[in-house]
Design a binder for this molecule. Structure first.
Ligand SMILES: Cc1ncc(C[n+]2csc(CCOP(=O)(O)OP(=O)(O)O)c2C)c(N)n1
Length: 379
């Protein structure tokens, strides 16, 4: 396995002086090494992958150097626009080294078992890089595959001399584990307990759209344990950051029915501008479970550590907003949110972490979708 700090040394020796990205579980050891080693002028956890590419562009414009952007392959979609219309040699020709965690990777043409939301992207990751004319190498636990041992250095120097994006695609299990630095917890209750309270009080009064990551897994398990009917929730298993707009589309379709979005802080921050839209919808209820970290992929901080999201929601136009930290405040706050006149935003500060035996939704996404649409009376 590759030691993250050895890879980091290689990057620094190759001239990389700035790191940014959105955390990924496969790359978690690398992000931990970067967080430990660099201060916040040399490393920025970006709100989204497109923003990370643009930060890297700015770094190059100011220093002439190549930055490193780390991301999960799910985030490539967010990065495609600045890669094609800003960085590409047909436009400004700006070098950047992408380090991409390859979920649902292909090994000798066979796909590694992974969640449904990763399958398509896993299949097309290297083809997509080809289409984008981004030279890339694949790294496995034994190092660079089908390339020289100093492949990373060669790739970096290609980015610099040819002034273009290049990519290192990293397989599962390639990086040796490194502990994520721990932080002061933002809240006092677990995310799972908070979800249990929210679902109990909301009952059948509002369909729920939940965010990407462990929150949806916990919601699914809570429904299973309670033997509750399918179709109450739409789990946004992929498409991080978009749960709020999915809920908005549902809320707009029927003004008589409240709709609740169960969001994460990282996801809400990823496409924060969406708050301006959701705030205008009177039957919209937004709960953000804020643990200040990307818990689902290893607990790395979000770009909003120490930031309260309620005042932002209020400034975006929400009619009702509140932040709570204590478990005993939650039932009353949920009831008030449901009774509020107009759009409502509740920020619940929660602890990072999850049960180690947390399961994953077993119902295929298309079946869940059909049950949800049935519940909404759409089929
Ligand atoms: C576009 C995109 N980028 C990155 C990921 C990887 N990813 C999945 S869940 C997650 C963290 C979500 O953080 P947050 O919304 O704060 O929820 P938490 O996990 O803390 O409950 C990340 C980065 C993804 N699925 N999609």
């Amino acid at each position: 396995m590759i030691e993250p700090n050895v890879l980091l040394d290689q990057l620094c020796e190759g001239g990389v002086g700035f790191f940014t990205g959105v955390p990924d579980s496969l790359l978690s050891p690398l992000t931990s090494a970067i967080v430990t080693r660099f201060d916040d002028r040399k490393h920025i956890i970006a709100a989204n992958e497109g923003g990370a590419i643009a930060l890297a562009a700015g770094h190059h414009l100011a220093t002439g150097k190549t930055a490193c952007v780390y991301l999960q392959n799910s985030g490539l979609g967010n990065a495609v626009n600045p890669l094609t219309s800003l960085m590409d040699s047909e436009v400004y020709g700006i070098p950047v080294l992408l380090i991409i965690g390859w979920r649902a990777e292909l090994r000798a043409g066979e796909q590694l078992a992974d969640e449904p939301q990763h399958r398509k992207q896993g299949k097309i990751t290297t083809d997509l890089l080809d289409v984008l004319s981004i030279p890339h190498l694949v790294m496995g636990p034994d190092g660079i595959e089908d390339g020289p041992a100093d492949g990373v250095t060669a790739l970096l120097s290609r980015a610099q001399t040819e002034r273009r994006p290049v990519a290192l695609v990293v397989r599962k299990g390639s990086l040796a584990a490194l502990k994520t630095p721990t932080r002061e917890p933002a809240g006092t209750m677990t995310r799972e307990d908070a979800i249990r309270v929210v679902t109990t009080i909301v009952g059948a009064s509002a369909p729920i759209v939940s965010t990407t990551g462990k929150a949806s897994r916990e919601l699914w398990e809570i429904r299973r344990a309670g033997d509750q009917a399918d179709g109450q929730d739409f789990l946004t298993v992929g498409s991080m950051g978009h749960a709020s707009q999915i809920a908005a589309g549902i809320a707009l379709a029927d003004a008589t029915r409240p709709v609740l979005c169960l969001d994460g802080d990282g996801a809400a921050l990823m496409h924060l501008g969406g708050l301006v839209t959701t705030a205008t919808i009177p039957n919209y209820r937004h709960v953000v479970l804020n643990n200040e970290v990307h818990d689902s992929v290893g607990g790395q901080p979000t770009c909003g550590v120490g930031l309260s999201l309620s005042p932002i929601a209020q400034a975006c136009g929400y009619d009702w907003t509140r932040t709570i930290r204590e478990a005993d405040e939650l039932p009353g706050a949920v009831a008030d949110m449901l009774a509020a006149k107009g759009s409502a935003f509740l920020e619940v500060m929660v602890l990072p972490g999850a049960r180690s035996d947390l399961g994953r939704p077993k119902t295929p996404p298309k079946e869940s979708k059909a049950a949800f649409m049935n519940r909404l009376g759409a089929v």
